[in-house]
Ligand binder design. Sequence first.
Ligand SMILES: Cc1cc2nc3c(=O)[nH]c(=O)nc-3n(C[C@H](O)[C@H](O)[C@H](O)COP(=O)(O)OP(=O)(O)OC[C@H]3O[C@@H](n4cnc5c(N)ncnc54)[C@H](O)[C@@H]3O)c2cc1C
Ligand code: FES
Length: 388
Amino acid sequence: MSARTHLATVALGALTAAAGATAIEARRRVASRGIGALRPDTDLVRQVVARMTTPLLPDDYLHLLNPLWTAREVRGRVVRVVPETEDAATLVIRPGWGWSFDYQPGQYVGIGVSVEGRWLWRSYSITSAPRPDQRHFAVTVKAMPEGRLSGHLVRGLAPGTVVRLAVPQGGFVLPDPPPPRLLFWTGGSGVTPVMAMLRTLVRRGTMPDVVHVHAAPERSESLFADELRALADQHANYRLVEASRDRPVRVGDLERACPDWRLREAWVCGPERMLDDAEDHWRRAGLGDRLHLERFSASRTAEAEGGRITFAASDRVVEADGATSLLEAGEGAGVAMPFGCRMGICHTCVVPLASGAVQDLRNGDIYRDRQGIQTCVTAAAGDCTIDI
Ligand SMILES: Cc1cc2nc3c(=O)[nH]c(=O)nc-3n(C[C@H](O)[C@H](O)[C@H](O)COP(=O)(O)OP(=O)(O)OC[C@H]3O[C@@H](n4cnc5c(N)ncnc54)[C@H](O)[C@@H]3O)c2cc1C
Ligand code: FES
């Protein structure tokens, strides 16, 4: 028997045993918490597999069978890269073990890609409608000038590449059932979360009354333009208003583009200026609660001093400049940092600051020891230690 076959047999044995142990644990949960506790619990499976394969790591076995199987994290394989415009492409990803297709339309996923030996993580809105029967999901990436990862995703990623995935999250979602009247206002790559919402509505076969104002500098740069126009042809309830550099729709033009905007629940995603204007406009109209916004980036106005960052529990120390967030510094040093949006909204990245000071890159606020800090938007203000 070859070493590979032997290890594969051991892995299968471990998995079978794990399945048995999981069933016992599932029965215990149902007894104590009711039938709702039967939802697949990948953490539990991971724990059981880890127990069964000790002292070797379960990954040592699982990897051998399939590089998408890992007990530590969710992985995916890029199966297709589909060019959309000159500087944007859709990545179709087949996720591995631990992924769940019950994400909500509008949510985003964290994607980690190894570039020159370093894992870079970014968030991307899922553009495909959630479909458990499909085994794939899609994100659409626009290459940012001088961006460290987006250009590589659009132009440099070969089909077959294995990527790391963080579970889908985010509150910019389409409710089910949707409200009877909606306004989507999107600019540039901000159309991506709305695309998942529209595809979901089409799949469900129930198109409510939708006005969609979509802006792109030029027609050739407009993401999903053909699909959106086809949608407008096929669904009387879906009205598409296309804006461009020559025919802009600014917040002041809304009365003309969508006269009943006040009666509609609105989802807005696009460039920062557009989002700030929309926020202001809806708030002034006393309709702030009818507006949903998604920001793709946090504006950084401050730069910290930088310093030596100690990641106490991980036993890592790294020197970082004042423009590098603690999150990026930790990831660069191989620390398993928690994160979600990576832009100061979701608070998933909060870890305790044990000593020293850090500075908020959005507003320059300084935080000192013994409090929770958002590592995605703070940088070292001198030497500091964080508890991870
Ligand atoms: C919730 C959420 C959903 C998102 N969904 C999408 C999506 O669906 N599609 C999509 O395309 N993007 C999406 N994004 C944005 C995405 O996460 C990345 O921020 C984006 O792709 C840029 O990544 P990057 O690594 O190329 O840029 P980074 O390297 O992170 O740089 C960010 C910005 O700084 C600029 N910059 C970097 N280095 C320099 C430099 N030396 N000098 C001057 N400027 C510089 C870049 O041009 C870029 O504008 C989303 C973000 C969030 C938070
Ligand atoms: S990752 Fe969302 S606030 Fe930091």
